[in-house]
Design a protein around this ligand. Sequence first.
Ligand code: ADP
Ligand code: ZN
Ligand code: ZN
Length: 744
Amino acid sequence: MIDLYAEVIVDISHEKLDRPFTYKIPENLIDEIEEGTMVEIPFGQGNKLINGYVIRIKENNDYCPEKTKEIAGIAKGSVKADANLIKLATFIRKTYGSTQINALKTVMPVKKSVKREVKKRVVALLDEEKLEYLADLAGSKHKNAQERLLRELKKYSDISYSFITNKMNVSSQTISALVKNDVCRIEEETVYRNPIKIEKPSDTVVELSEEQKRIIDDVNEDLRKGERNTYLIHGITGSGKTEVYMRLIEDRIKEGKQAILLIPEIALTYQNLMRFYARFGDTVSVIHSKMTAGERYDQYLRVKEGSVNIMIGPRSALFTPFENLGIVVIDEEHESSYKADNMPKYHAREVAKKLCELTDSILVLGSATPSLESFYRAKCGEYKLYRLNDRLTGNTLPKVYVEDMRQELKDGNKSVFSRRLHNLIEDRLNRHEQIMLFLNRRGVSGFVSCRECGEVVKCPHCDVSLSLHKDGNLKCHYCGYETPFSKICSKCGSDKVRGFKAGTQMIEDFVRKEFPYALILRMDADSTKKQEDYESILSRFSNREADILIGTQMIVKGHDFKGVTLVGIVAADMALNAEDYRAGERAFQQLVQASGRAGRGENPGEVVIQTYQPDHYAVEFAKTQDYDAFYEDEITFRRQMMYPPIGNLLGIQITGDEEKRVVKLSKVISDMIDKMPIRSEIGKIGPASAALSKKCDIYRRVIYIKSLDYDNLISIKDFIEKEIEKFNLERETVMFDFNPMNGF
Ligand code: ADP
Ligand code: ZN
Ligand code: ZN
């Protein structure tokens, strides 16, 4: 028999150990160890047993055979990684930069088996009459617990064991005694912790519209021809996208395949799940961050058993180990939560694309406001673009007003609300219709703008807003450009340049003062520490227990409140002037999404957008809901500045506990990039202090590199990684983010 060897990635996250180690597979384990198996291996000089993943099995051993150690065994309770997931991990490692072990852990949301929950029931073996007789007998002997149980068994004949011991206060000895005398028996069944705990609701099957039918026919035609494409469905909310997803998924399931549907965690609501559950029943499962390890493991088992066909969840649902995947759908594909915020900072859209390639599946993206990336790819012909233009529910889009806050100020109105918004709130309160007030939470460090003419002070090099710092200087978080703050506006000459601050708490206080009789709910990170808080606020508002809901981004995502006929966007400027290149895109998306919350019931809705920059293109096009016009303006800006999706951006973040050292290291890295031997054309920005320059006593600096060629950025990252490895850094960390979404 020939010897077999395994390449193993050890479960220690350290750059120096970030390579496969070769181990011999012992003969008795040859049949059990496969690629993806988690094994125990002796490691280092002390031969301490640690875990690792087998990523490859080979016959030859290029490492010194006498020194090759043997695998000790299969790690207890471990879960095997699928071959495709290992390939996905390799892709993630290469594309986003991380250690192999971290990439492997990323693609394995379930790593360990968790003990199954066993449910016991007590089932009567005698008829009612006999049970009655025995109960009387027990009663006469003052065996009260026994009597209680017998009477209950007479009534129900099949009772949950835990109910008997907990609720009926009957001991397990009492039960055993009856079992011994053949009065009843205990039945055991293993149950899956099913996250969806409801009766199957009824489904309404609709006749597809012409537009919907065209999409489905076209996709199926492509599949018949053997083409595997990526599709982008651009359609306003209520235009029937979800119905299209369901039909496409249904078709794949009929072919014996499975489906993954990604939705942003925040939109993972009961309402949304129910539609799928109603149509597909028990074969739908869900996975999300609030689930226990046991619940996750059970979903994994159900998938492995083949009893789940559709997995719904946020980005980690991508790693569901389906046998025969056929389709991945990403709803609200523009959402920034599809980008991971921990290392490796992968983007679910890109990883999904890779997964579809590996599994011969199709990828369907949908949004009312597609990301610039996806729309750009669709325009280039890389994705197929479909449009759904009409709301199928019959109601019309709301009327949108843009209120110029400069004018309000000139007319002597110093309040948070424009006169129009104030009057409309009053009107809705009188009519008992509901109101949502939305405030963007971004703008951490505060841009400054002129209250007279609306001009925002920007970086002359990067065209993003400058932020006011405590030292009185305005700074650019891309390039580090600095200039002293001045109240004098460079455009109109007024002395009305000011910082911008507003929070949900402040709005709430203000509303309480102005409208003391209104019932108010507030939703932001503070008021929703727990998932229950979040759901309870939403359901209370939905049940019309309040007139006004005040909140951040959280309140605009996909919720359908029929009673809302007024949406107020209190300060659009906060979104327009976030200090990164995506500010315009994010602002447009939020304005359109927020507007979409009004008038979803019978009564038509109105939207008020308050801003000091009514001429900003994101505001103008949000008002008319003109995505295409917005896209043209935005892509022109990206092209001029070589920002994604035209160019690519690599963010390098250097953090540490001592400012001087962090500054020095970032300088060293910056010089390193300048001196890099072979590289194509790049643009380097920085080093500069990060948007949050100091957080929890950790200093942060960033360098950005622009390049048209993504691979070029990867080689720069690899180069830097190799170089800094020599420094043996202990107090500083260097992190990489490709095409960052949320800034550092
Ligand atoms: P989106 O996902 O774009 O927001 P949905 O698929 O949720 O749109 O559809 C919005 C509403 O219209 C839902 O209540 C849905 O049941 C209904 N709907 C979808 N397709 C049709 C159709 N062809 N005919 C009638 N109603 C439809
Ligand atoms: Zn001005
Ligand atoms: Zn700059």
